[in-house]
Design a protein around this ligand. Structure first.
Ligand code: G4F
Length: 382
């Protein structure tokens, strides 16, 4: 039977990957929701805009009326909530907005589902940031909640509220703790994409004989459990179609440092860079390419409180869903680096051909002027 699936945050990495996955692997109708913005960026979904199984609606998680109107109108069979203030670093600057968007809005959604469409299956995107100041390795569902950021705290609250609605009203409401997940649609401010885009730019600069411009990072020793977002959306769809709603973890069961991510990116781009490590003063640490700094460390990108390490124990989920992520960390880094190198290739080639054209134009002008000068000289005027 054809179902209606409502997805929030559809222009972001996970929402757009979910749309692609469902259009490819199911026959259901997908209704994506977006906020009204004067400058909307629909890049990640533009290839699906003309698909008759996909449509867009305006809805704002901070406006309960808009959630109510949307659920009344769509009568969804599934509600997949990927919309969030998902940038941990920004959550110290916008703590209330983060909490309203990531936690309070869930009360509105669950109230509307309970009153309007109680059979609707609901998915809440949790985060490994809920574990924060970790006590044991790896982390599973029994690990205490010890968030270190307003973002982490908002996701803890979301987890509790989903549990309360699941148990009080027997709603099919899942909360899944997602460890870091990346890809070619990752926002430019997250550390992985910041690294692949900047190193790809530096590779082009070198290939065009320009001096590379460095970029800045914060704590390169933080360790994360990184997977591919395209793998995770499949896991999410599988858990939404189990008999019982519960909590889950999605992770790779492996951790790597930000520095590991940089080293692997350099390897795939064939950048033979070397670290200068200053153990006494981390702000003095740099990555050098032929003695020119390409990465420097800045206080600006350190957080008021850091989560030093995260590694998720996902074996229960693997067993229950009979699912495994298909990409390794190495494959993920290679995919992102290759993508960003190609993405910037055109920019550099256009610049290069504009530059060469300009030289040809100038040379032609000079030749014309030289020949005019010669003609003048040859005029024998007494
Ligand atoms: O890429 P990040 O900003 O991701 P973070 O904070 O781990 O959060 C991501 O994963 C969570 C799941 O664990 C999600 F819930 C959340 O929505 C998001 O998707 O930072 C990763 C690490 C941090 O330790 C950070 O301090 O990289 C470190 N880092 C070092 N330099 C930096 C930078 N992070 C950013 N964004 N920018 C830097 O320049």
């Amino acid at each position: 039977m054809i179902k209606k699936i409502l997805i929030t945050g559809v222009t972001g990495q996970d929402g757009s990957n979910m749309v692609d996955y469902l259009l490819k692997n199911t026959e259901h109708h997908i209704i994506g929701t977006v906020r009204i913005l004067s400058n909307a960026n629909h890049e990640n979904i533009k290839h699906n805009i003309n698909n008759e199984r996909f449509s867009l609606l305006y809805m704002d998680l901070l406006d309960e009326e808009s959630i109510k109107n949307t659920i009344k109108k769509v009568q969804p069979d599934y509600f997949i909530n990927f919309a969030a203030q998902s940038f941990v670093g920004e959550s110290w600057n916008q703590p209330k907005l983060t909490f309203m968007t990531n936690a309070i809005s869930l009360i509105s959604i669950l109230e509307c589902i309970k009153d309007i469409k109680p059979t609707c299956r609901f998915y809440s995107a949790g985060s490994s940031e809920e574990f924060g100041d970790v006590e044991t390795m790896p982390q599973n569902l029994n690990h205490p909640l010890k968030p270190r950021s307003p973002y982490g705290a908002s996701k803890c609250a979301a987890r509790h509220i989903v549990k309360v609605y699941r148990e009080s009203y027997n709603l099919f409401a899942i909360h899944c703790i997602l460890f870091n997940h990346e890809g070619i649609r990752r926002g430019k401010n997250f550390v992985t994409r910041k690294i692949t885009l900047n190193l790809a730019r530096i590779k082009h600069e070198i290939e065009n004989n320009a001096i590379p411009t460095p970029f800045q990072l914060g704590n390169i020793y933080a360790r994360r459990d990184w997977s591919d977002s395209e793998d995770f959306v499949e896991g999410v769809w599988l858990m939404l179609n189990q008999k019982k709603a519960k909590e889950y973890i999605l992770s790779s069961n492996k951790d790597n440092s930000v520095k590991d991510f940089i080293d692997l990116s350099c390897k795939f781009l064939n950048l033979k860079a070397k670290w200068f490590i200053d153990k006494n003063n981390p702000l003095n640490t740099k990555l050098l390419l032929h003695n020119i700094p390409i990465i420097t460390i800045s206080k600006e990108f350190y957080r008021p409180a850091e989560v030093d390490i995260l590694r998720g124990d996902c074996y229960e989920t693997y067993k229950e869903l009979n699912w495994r992520p298909s990409s390794t960390f190495q494959q993920l880094v290679k995919k992102m680096v290759d993508h960003d190198y190609k993405l910037l290739y055109n920019n550099y080639n256009i610049k290069k051909s504009e530059y060469l054209n300009k030289i040809v134009q100038l040379e032609t002008k000079i030749n014309v002027m030289l020949s005019e000068l010669n003609d003048l000289k040859n005029l024998n005027i007494n």
